[in-house]
Design a protein around this ligand. Structure first.
Ligand code: SAH
Ligand code: TRP
Length: 363
């Protein structure tokens, strides 16, 4: 791919020139034209992003129980570690979802009539291929709109997809799905035709009982009557299978979890020692969710912003970094209806490991 040239830099910030930009330094909102079939809308200016991050992280760490927002896992190293998690023998989710997509992408796309694929939290777009192949089989001008908080995976995955699909157009958008879906709406065009909104990887499970319906409502508000929503859902099952998926033998999940500490150290001038924390992932059967924590191995201060913020952690104190909710068909239907969506199809693996669900906007 050519070195991107900046087409438009609003908000006055001067980014570090396109493709050679240091990964994950979010630059000023910009549309970078790298090649005619790839458009890219970057994230907020670095200063704005840091200020928001400081607010959110400090609020989470000051509350009890203490927590760190999970979206900060995904800097360049975090995105790569997540990609490695997807290949772990213990992490059944990716393989199960992949198998479902291979079996059902054609049917889902055909029934939806989709010509455009919007993917929320697209990451490395590992599973996008089967959907795009099905869409490309139906139209000469397929469109793919990846939307993620992390810019680098968008660029990287677009490269491969553009090469594989000679008439595909990609409109990559960097943003936080919790409050920047308006950016996504600007990436949509009436002329793209019926659209499939995909939210894969059980990322919906990382949102709590309030956040999930709120995001679903936002997505529903972007959908036309004929558009469809496709969501990947991890299922309630033997707790041992679930616990293993978040406690792998090679320690990749532990490294991913601890990586958020180096993000804080770098972005918020934090002074903290990754080695002074342990990874802890527990499945709470009653709440049907995994809880991921960092456990402080000793009493220690956690300082951020050159010491402006100082939080004292006790020995054994936990900081929650992520939840991963598991669903039944019934609880998924309920969540969707709270989010203004109606379930149309429920496709699960024979072992009831994972499900794909297709929904439409409720009226
Ligand atoms: N869909 C991919 C990746 C799942 S990992 C797959 O199934 O393999 C979750 C993805 O969501 C990551 O790429 C992460 O960067 C993105 N993400 C997490 N929180 C986000 C947020 N608040 N807004 C936008 N993207 C987010
Ligand atoms: N959506 C993924 C999941 O809930 C995210 C994830 C996988 C994750 N492994 C993790 C998040 C480990 C934190 C830590 O399965």
């Amino acid at each position: 791919m050519n070195t991107p040239k900046r087409a438009d830099a609003r908000q006055g910030g001067v980014p570090e020139g396109g493709g050679t930009a240091r990964a994950y330094t979010l630059h000023a909102v910009q549309a970078v034209q790298t090649e005619p079939r790839f458009e890219f809308v970057g994230g907020s200016a670095t200063g704005d992003r840091r200020a928001r991050m400081a607010r959110e992280v400090i609020a989470g760490l000051s509350r009890r129980p203490r927590s760190i927002p999970p979206k900060y896992f995904y800097d360049e190293r975090g995105s790569r570690l997540f990609d490695a998690i997807c290949d772990l023998p213990e992490y059944y989710l990716t393989r199960a979802e992949q198998a479902l997509l291979q079996a059902h992408a054609g049917g889902i796309v055909q029934r939806s009539g989709a010509r455009c694929l919007v993917e929320i939290g697209s990451g490395m777009a590992r599973k996008t291929g089967s959907l795009l192949r099905a869409i490309s089989a139906r139209t000469l001008s397929p469109v793919y709109v990846p939307f993620d908080i992390a810019p680098e995976p968008i660029r990287e995955s677009a490269r491969g997809l553009l090469a594989a699909h000679p008439t595909l157009r990609v409109r990559g958008i960097v943003g936080d799905f919790a409050h920047e879906c308006v950016r996504l709406s600007r990436g949509l065009s009436e002329s793209d035709g019926p659209t499939l909104f995909a939210f894969l990887g059980s990322t919906i499970g990382n949102l709590d009982e309030a956040e999930a319906p709120s995001l679903l409502r936002t997505i529903a508000s972007l959908m036309k009557r004929r558009d469809r929503f496709l969501v990947g859902i991890d299922l309630v099952k033997d707790p041992r299978i679930i616990a293993r998926a978040y406690n792998d033998d090679q320690g990749v999940t532990a490294a991913f979890n601890k990586n958020v500490l180096s993000v804080l150290a770098r972005e918020l001038d934090g002074h903290l020692d990754e080695n002074a924390f342990d990874h802890l992932a527990l499945y709470d059967e009653a709440r049907e969710r995994v809880e991921m924590h960092l456990v402080s191995l000793r009493q220690q201060p956690l300082t951020l912003c050159s010491g402006d913020v100082r939080i004292e952690l006790a020995e054994g104190e936990r900081v929650m970094t992520e939840i991963s909710r598991k669903f039944t068909e019934e609880s998924a239907r309920h969540m969707l209806s709270e989010g203004g969506m109606t379930m149309l199809e429920w496709l699960s693996t024979p072992e009831q490991l994972f499900a794909l669900c297709v929904a439409e906007r409720t009226a």
